[in-house]
Design a protein around this ligand. Structure first.
Ligand code: 5GP
Ligand code: MG
Length: 178
């Protein structure tokens, strides 16, 4: 595994993001909507770095019919989403790759009638982005490499790693039980 972002780099950047959110949402009712499952590590750290009253909620999105590198059609499950009317929502995901997931989520969340909706991600693969949208808040711009750790998985493994790394073929082989 090659480490792309260390635990310390991530910690510092998450503190900065929390400060930005605190500034932007001061005096406004904020709901941070974490996207399952990849955002959970970031969600836990970011909410503790954010110093304004806020609510936490979860939404799930998955693409089906896709491959590891090209997502299929997006299915959004918003059964866990609480009342968002009148609230300022930040959709929080692990990574903004093509951007299609975030576009679908923004669309789905608008239907709940929030006061505003913005997007936040830890990682942004700028070279891969193919939608007419950029994340409102992001931690790091990264190259077009498959990464794991700090919430990001391969076959549901590696989410617990405290850093973001680029796995070797051997790491991936082990994660598939081979
Ligand atoms: P998008 O719709 O922006 O293309 O893709 C977003 C989703 O693809 C992310 O929520 C994540 O599940 C997955 N994804 C994209 N790139 C990576 C990556 O490098 N590593 C991992 N583990 N997942 C990725
Ligand atoms: Mg995801």
């Amino acid at each position: 595994m090659r480490i792309l972002l260390t635990e310390e780099q991530i910690r510092q950047r998450v503190v900065e993001l929390g400060a930005r959110l605190s500034h932007e949402y001061q005096g406004r009712p904020l709901t941070i909507l974490g996207v399952l499952t990849g955002s959970v590590v970031l969600l836990a750290d970011l909410i503790r770095a954010t110093n304004v009253p806020l609510r936490v909620a979860l939404i799930s999105a998955s693409s089906y019919g896709g491959t590891r590198t090209s997502p299929g059609e997006l299915s959004v499950n918003s059964s866990l989403v609480p009342d968002l009317s009148g609230r300022h929502v930040v959709i929080l995901d692990d990574i903004f790759d093509t951007g299609k997931t975030m576009v679908g989520l923004l669309d789905a969340v608008q239907q709940f009638g929030p006061a505003s909706v913005k997007s936040a991600v830890l990682l942004w693969k700028t070279e891969r982005t193919c939608v007419d949208l950029v994340p409102d808040f992001f931690g790091f711009q990264i190259p077009d490499e498959f990464v794991v750790g700090y919430g990001l998985d391969y076959n549901d493994e590696f989410r617990h790693l405290p850093y973001v790394g680029i796995p070797d073929p051997d790491d991936l082989h082990m994660a598939t039980g081979g």
